[in-house]
Write a protein that binds this ligand. Structure first.
Ligand SMILES: *Cc1c(COP(=O)(O)O)cnc(C)c1O
Length: 438
């Protein structure tokens, strides 16, 4: 038995669960070495970008009021632009979340009469209201911007024929979501995104290609802006904030488009020149510095969860052997009880609010009840160990994060323990089995 058994036992993990978990880990050594190697590369990329931009102690301080000549803010934006290999970047605490960053990029680059195309199927739930797929106040649709969508093929491939047909004289912008989000489709690799963009640009070279990069940052050695994306957009309470950024979002890309977004965020004429950083920059810099290894911890957790639940017979996306392109792991439980028990387990493993019980609720922006488990230092942060699942078929839970690998490991085993304790699965004659009535 593991030398750490006693401490696990004190946290509610049984011998059966721990030894099953340890046996799964035996098989993952090689995978973890690859993840560490990518983290090493990205750590150096971040350090190089900080050195190139001459980040100084003064950059860690903040401004107040208008925020003119905010050295730390402007330097941080140069660091992001260097990491993403783009002309410019907008990295601000005034960008309230990922949805806001995406809405900014879209609404600032599109004009009435333009059309937006998603060639990768339905976008993330909250974007439906931004675009106006679900009618909403202030949506792009209300401003006379139309939307077209081409779904992925059954096998997850791009439907090139219909994408070509969908591109027309009005098509101004394309939105490509890298991560699967709350869907059970595969996540797109940076390489595949590059192929798709090359195809689209061949048909219409001036179309603006934006990638929703949420959950994808630092998972690979390259980012979508390295393979043709004009804009990459994401949230700082996911990967690039490294768990330390308490709020914020980023938009990295071509100067003109970043300028568009800045004019929309602040005001025409003011653009990037205003926006006090207050006292937040230290956490943005330090979080970015930690982001590659934090992302690696989350990735190890995702691979571990995939292998562990696959071993019990639950469908998992991606599976335990597949190459990773984001930090999200979907596990399909097929029943509300499975989702709820899983989330209870993740919650019980948290450093903060471990004693509360998560319940399904009507979350704004989503079209079904959602249960969320997170005992996070930053509210809603999903680079921290967290899980969420919409209470609708196929009853899949989406698990992500873990600022450290030992926490991710504990959380996943704690979730398995909860499934056992709640009777969703049982342990009989040395094996775990699914209780069919739950
Ligand atoms: C999280 C996420 C968003 C939205 O980000 P919020 O910060 O929750 O508003 C958009 N797209 C994808 C793929 C995401 O994972």
């Amino acid at each position: 038995m593991s030398r750490n058994y006693e401490i696990y036992r004190s946290l509610g993990i049984s011998k059966e669960v721990l030894s099953y978990g340890e046996s799964i880990l035996e098989e993952l050594r090689e995978r973890f070495l690859q993840i560490d190697s990518t983290a090493e590369y990205n750590q150096l990329k971040v350090i190089k970008a900080m050195q190139d931009a001459k980040v100084s102690e003064a950059c860690l301080l903040g401004t107040t009021g208008y925020g003119y000549n905010d050295l730390g803010r402007d330097t941080l934006e140069a660091v992001y632009a260097n990491i993403f290999h783009t002309e410019d970047a907008l990295v601000r605490p005034q960008i309230t979340c990922g949805t806001h960053a995406l809405a900014l990029a879209l609404s600032s680059c599109l004009r009435p009469g333009d059309e937006l195309l998603s060639p990768v199927g339905k976008p993330y739930d909250t974007l439906e209201e931004v675009i106006g797929i679900r009618p909403s106040r202030g949506s792009l649709a209300e401003y006379g911007i139309t939307y077209r969508q081409v779904d992925l093929l059954e096998d997850g491939g791009f439907d090139y024929e219909n994408i070509k047909k969908a591109i027309n004289s009005k098509t101004k912008m394309v939105t490509i979501q890298r991560s699967k989000g709350y869907q059970t489709r595969p996540t797109l690799s940076v390489g595949r995104i590059g192929e798709l963009i090359a195809f689209i640009k061949k048909i219409k070279p001036d179309v603006i290609c934006m990638v929703d990069n949420c959950y994808g940052e630092f998972v690979e050695r390259t980012e979508p802006t390295d393979t043709g994306a004009d804009l990459a957009v994401g949230s700082l309470i996911k990967n690039p904030g490294g768990g330390l950024a308490p709020t914020g979002g980023y938009i990295a890309g071509k100067k003109e488009y970043v300028e568009n977004a800045a004019c929309r965020l602040t005001s025409p004429g003011l653009a990037k020149e205003v926006g006090a950083s207050l006292g937040i920059l230290n956490s943005f810099y330090q979080g970015l510095f930690l982001a590659p290894t934090v992302t690696a911890s989350a990735l190890k957790g995702a691979v571990f969860a995939a292998s562990l639940y696959e071993g019990l017979g639950f469908p998992v996306i991606p599976d335990g052997r597949e190459e990773r392109h984001d930090i999200i792991q979907a596990v399909t439980f097929g029943s509300p009880e499975g989702i709820v028990a899983f989330c209870k387990g993740i919650q019980a493993a948290a450093p903060v609010d471990s004693f509360v019980t998560p319940e399904p609720w009507d979350m704004p922006g989503y079209d079904s009840k959602v249960i969320m488990a997170a005992g996070a230092f930053v509210s809603g942060s999903s680079i921290e160990l967290s899980a969420d699942g919409p209470i609708k078929p196929p009853y899949a839970v989406y698990f992500q994060g873990g600022l450290t690998w030992p926490h991710a490991k504990f959380g996943i085993m704690r979730s398995l323990q909860q499934l056992l304790d709640d009777g969703v699965i049982s342990f009989q004659k040395g094996v775990f089995c699914l209780n069919r009535d739950k």
